[in-house]
Design a protein around this ligand. Structure first.
Ligand code: FAD
Length: 395
């Protein structure tokens, strides 16, 4: 087998394909191995934050994504008892981003846009039905063992990016620990075409509703509203996936309204875990393979796209010989630290906030909303701009 001078990527999710698009834009040959027979259609991430759109723009992906999504310039916190608690408008940080809004659009739209951009580019290949099952390091290259059509084969490249999701075979093969914990409750996402905006005055496209027993959020995407509820440990999966159970949860959103049209229901286990290292020799972890968190605040995929751009910019500079390979350690240093300091902390705090409808949460929101500088700091944190600035500070 000849050693190929290219970058290998495991996984054609949003993170793997963003990495592929950026490397390919730098003229670097890339092979992506995807376990499935086609791109995933799973309904998962649906929020793109401002700096993520800023990163996708030079790849040519932001414009078509915005065309297929819903622009949400403001978001709200509400409580079941008191209604609207506070509202924030990304216009307050309009000087810091080219996209002062959250974009509500499913991640499956992004992967299709990226693949359309990549198809036919010289040096790019995507192999479906080809899970990476093992990784072997050498001083000058890295080997990926792939299962394809019932056979096992080996492909080699200069570097390998494991963007193969939370159960990453790359991470396991490298023996990298994935420390953290799993929440006792699961999350249920119910999608409905019901137009809540028509019956709740001033409802923003993104609304988090605090409640100590059954908080929920209402996330509008084109044509559907995604409503997410926590499911207590005592409520088993069979019960949680019953339509009458979904209807009973939905009946708690608006008094006096029941019998919603339900498009789909999905139940998720929720974890907070971060890999011990994001780099081992010629192999790197990015996205869910490197870190997972609860979806409150929409930071998982966004953080993964930030990983992909940080890493591939460094790989491109090392490929061209502009920086030594030791420079690639900065990827682990920057992205792992901001994952721990921002993504994990903020997503856990977001969950705790929604579980309380108490005066402390209400007062803290009102304190932030009443002051321009505090509002800007807060918006920088929730939009993940602060995490990117912190990464830069780490050098
Ligand atoms: C309900 C829910 C809502 C969410 N909402 C948001 C949100 O609004 N915003 C946000 O930022 N994040 C959100 N997330 C998290 C987000 O979905 C993930 O962070 C994101 O999918 C991670 O992208 P990824 O490319 O790293 O991994 P994945 O999307 O999991 O993609 C991994 C790819 O690798 C493939 N693969 C797996 N194993 C192998 C292998 N061995 N070899 C080759 N290929 C392999 C898989 O088939 C898949 O195509 C949400 C998650 C959930 C569950």
């Amino acid at each position: 087998m000849a050693v190929q001078d290219r970058v290998l990527i495991a996984g054609a999710g949003p993170v793997g394909l963003t990495a592929a698009a950026n490397l390919s834009g730098h003229g670097i040959p890339v092979t992506v191995f995807e376990a499935r027979a086609a791109l995933s259609e799973e309904s998962r991430a649906s929020t793109f934050h401002p700096p993520t759109l800023d990163m996708l723009a030079p790849l040519g992906a932001a414009k078509p994504l915005i065309a297929q999504g819903l622009v949400a310039p403001r978001f709200q916190y509400r409580s079941k008892q008191q209604g609207l608690l506070a509202e924030f408008d990304f216009g307050a940080i309009g000087d810091l981003t080219g996209h002062p809004f959250r974009l509500q659009c499913e991640q499956s739209k992004l992967t299709r846009i990226l693949l359309d951009l990549l198809r036919g580019r010289p040096g790019f290949e995507l192999v479906f039905g080809a899970p990476v099952v093992a990784v072997t390091q050498h001083s000058s290259h890295v080997d990926a063992t792939i299962e394809r059509d019932g056979r096992v084969e080996t492909q080699s490249g200069r570097w390998l990016i494991g963007a193969d999701g939370a159960s990453s075979a790359v991470r396991r093969s490298l023996g990298i620990e994935f420390d953290g914990f799993t929440w006792p409750e699961r999350f249920l996402v119910i999608s409905t075409p019901f137009d809540f905006g028509a019956v709740i005055p001033d409802l923003a496209a993104v609304s988090y509703v605090a409640d100590p027993v059954r908080w929920h959020f209402l996330l509008q995407i084109p044509g559907l509203c995604r409503v997410m509820f926590p499911i207590a440990p005592g409520e088993d999966d069979e019960l949680a996936l019953r339509r009458d159970f979904a209807q009973a949860l939905m009946a708690t959103v608006l008094p006096g309204r029941s019998d919603y049209e339900i498009a789909h229901v999905t139940l998720y286990k929720v974890h907070q875990r971060v890999a011990k290292t994001f780099r081992q020799g010629r192999a790197f972890l990015a996205g869910d393979a490197a870190h997972i968190n609860n979806p409150l605040g929409g930071m998982g995929m966004n953080g993964g796209i930030h990983d992909a751009i940080n890493l591939t910019e460094r790989l491109a500079a090392a490929w061209r010989g502009e920086v030594p390979e030791s420079e690639l350690d900065r990827y682990d240093k920057q992205r792992r630290l901001v994952t721990l300091e921002y993504i994990e902390k903020q997503s856990i705090q977001n969950k705790r906030n929604l579980e309380s409808s108490g005066p402390e949460f209400r007062q803290s929101l009102q304190h932030i909303a009443a002051d321009r500088e505090r509002t800007r700091d807060y918006l920088m944190r929730v939009s993940m701009i602060a995490s990117l600035e912190r990464a830069k500070e780490l050098g």
